[in-house]
Design a protein. Structure first.
Length: 132
Protein backbone atom coordinates (compact mmCIF):
# COMPACT_ATOMS: atom_id res chain seq x y z
CA UNK A 1 0.00 0.00 0.00
CA UNK A 2 1.04 3.61 -0.38
CA UNK A 3 1.19 4.26 3.36
CA UNK A 4 3.32 1.19 3.95
CA UNK A 5 5.75 2.20 1.25
CA UNK A 6 6.24 5.67 2.74
CA UNK A 7 7.64 4.21 5.95
CA UNK A 8 8.81 0.70 5.09
CA UNK A 9 12.38 1.53 4.05
CA UNK A 10 13.03 3.67 7.10
CA UNK A 11 11.59 1.07 9.48
CA UNK A 12 13.70 -1.68 7.88
CA UNK A 13 16.76 0.54 8.14
CA UNK A 14 16.12 1.26 11.84
CA UNK A 15 14.93 -2.26 12.74
CA UNK A 16 16.20 -4.81 10.20
CA UNK A 17 14.93 -7.82 12.19
CA UNK A 18 11.44 -6.44 12.84
CA UNK A 19 8.62 -8.43 11.29
CA UNK A 20 5.98 -5.87 10.32
CA UNK A 21 3.52 -8.51 9.17
CA UNK A 22 3.59 -10.01 12.64
CA UNK A 23 2.85 -6.60 14.17
CA UNK A 24 -0.01 -6.08 11.72
CA UNK A 25 -1.54 -9.40 12.79
CA UNK A 26 -1.08 -8.35 16.43
CA UNK A 27 -2.99 -5.16 15.69
CA UNK A 28 -5.85 -7.16 14.19
CA UNK A 29 -5.78 -9.59 17.11
CA UNK A 30 -6.11 -6.72 19.59
CA UNK A 31 -9.04 -5.24 17.68
CA UNK A 32 -10.75 -8.65 17.89
CA UNK A 33 -10.03 -8.78 21.64
CA UNK A 34 -11.67 -5.37 21.98
CA UNK A 35 -14.81 -6.56 20.20
CA UNK A 36 -14.84 -9.79 22.22
CA UNK A 37 -14.60 -7.82 25.46
CA UNK A 38 -17.72 -5.91 24.44
CA UNK A 39 -19.50 -9.14 23.51
CA UNK A 40 -18.48 -10.80 26.79
CA UNK A 41 -19.24 -7.66 28.82
CA UNK A 42 -15.85 -7.96 30.44
CA UNK A 43 -12.94 -5.54 30.24
CA UNK A 44 -10.86 -6.99 33.10
CA UNK A 45 -8.26 -8.57 30.79
CA UNK A 46 -7.65 -5.29 28.96
CA UNK A 47 -4.50 -3.67 30.32
CA UNK A 48 -4.79 -0.20 28.82
CA UNK A 49 -6.96 2.17 30.86
CA UNK A 50 -8.16 4.16 27.83
CA UNK A 51 -9.29 0.96 26.12
CA UNK A 52 -11.07 -0.17 29.29
CA UNK A 53 -12.92 3.16 29.41
CA UNK A 54 -13.93 2.78 25.77
CA UNK A 55 -15.21 -0.75 26.39
CA UNK A 56 -17.03 0.30 29.56
CA UNK A 57 -18.71 3.13 27.64
CA UNK A 58 -19.93 0.65 25.02
CA UNK A 59 -21.09 -1.72 27.77
CA UNK A 60 -23.16 1.03 29.39
CA UNK A 61 -24.85 1.70 26.07
CA UNK A 62 -25.80 -1.96 25.68
CA UNK A 63 -25.77 -3.11 29.32
CA UNK A 64 -29.05 -5.04 29.30
CA UNK A 65 -28.61 -6.44 25.80
CA UNK A 66 -26.86 -9.40 24.21
CA UNK A 67 -24.21 -8.10 21.78
CA UNK A 68 -22.62 -10.06 18.94
CA UNK A 69 -20.21 -8.93 16.24
CA UNK A 70 -20.46 -11.20 13.21
CA UNK A 71 -18.80 -11.47 9.83
CA UNK A 72 -15.78 -9.51 11.00
CA UNK A 73 -13.53 -9.00 8.04
CA UNK A 74 -10.27 -7.11 7.90
CA UNK A 75 -9.65 -5.44 4.57
CA UNK A 76 -6.16 -4.16 5.13
CA UNK A 77 -3.73 -3.27 7.89
CA UNK A 78 -1.00 -0.79 7.00
CA UNK A 79 1.65 1.36 8.59
CA UNK A 80 0.05 4.78 8.81
CA UNK A 81 2.79 6.63 10.69
CA UNK A 82 6.36 6.12 11.83
CA UNK A 83 8.41 8.29 14.17
CA UNK A 84 11.87 7.71 15.56
CA UNK A 85 13.24 10.35 17.91
CA UNK A 86 16.28 8.23 18.94
CA UNK A 87 14.71 7.54 22.37
CA UNK A 88 11.40 6.02 21.38
CA UNK A 89 10.28 4.68 18.05
CA UNK A 90 6.58 4.59 17.29
CA UNK A 91 4.89 2.66 14.51
CA UNK A 92 1.22 3.38 14.02
CA UNK A 93 -0.95 0.91 12.13
CA UNK A 94 -4.35 1.46 10.63
CA UNK A 95 -6.75 -1.42 10.01
CA UNK A 96 -9.85 -1.18 7.91
CA UNK A 97 -12.49 -3.71 8.82
CA UNK A 98 -16.18 -4.39 8.53
CA UNK A 99 -18.64 -6.32 10.68
CA UNK A 100 -22.30 -6.81 11.51
CA UNK A 101 -23.50 -5.82 14.97
CA UNK A 102 -26.35 -7.87 16.38
CA UNK A 103 -28.23 -6.71 19.46
CA UNK A 104 -30.47 -9.32 21.09
CA UNK A 105 -30.21 -11.45 17.95
CA UNK A 106 -31.32 -8.70 15.56
CA UNK A 107 -29.11 -6.92 13.09
CA UNK A 108 -28.63 -3.47 14.56
CA UNK A 109 -25.92 -1.91 12.43
CA UNK A 110 -23.45 -2.59 9.72
CA UNK A 111 -20.15 -1.18 10.81
CA UNK A 112 -16.89 -0.17 9.35
CA UNK A 113 -13.99 0.71 11.55
CA UNK A 114 -10.46 1.86 11.67
CA UNK A 115 -8.27 0.46 14.39
CA UNK A 116 -4.95 1.97 15.28
CA UNK A 117 -2.08 0.22 16.92
CA UNK A 118 1.08 1.77 18.28
CA UNK A 119 4.27 -0.16 18.83
CA UNK A 120 6.64 1.17 21.46
CA UNK A 121 8.26 -0.68 24.33
CA UNK A 122 4.77 -1.75 25.34
CA UNK A 123 2.08 -2.74 22.90
CA UNK A 124 -1.27 -1.03 23.07
CA UNK A 125 -3.93 0.10 20.68
CA UNK A 126 -6.89 2.34 20.31
CA UNK A 127 -9.91 1.87 18.14
CA UNK A 128 -12.57 3.99 16.49
CA UNK A 129 -15.63 2.36 15.04
CA UNK A 130 -18.19 3.97 12.78
CA UNK A 131 -21.66 2.61 12.28
CA UNK A 132 -23.95 3.11 9.33
Amino acid sequence: SNLDSLYLDKIKEDFPELNLNELKRECEKNILLYLQAIENKDSKNIKNDKIKLSIDKALKEYESHNINFKKIRFHKTVVSKYENNQKVSTIMFGSSLEYLLYVDGKLKKKGIGIGHSFYKSLFFFQIRLKFF
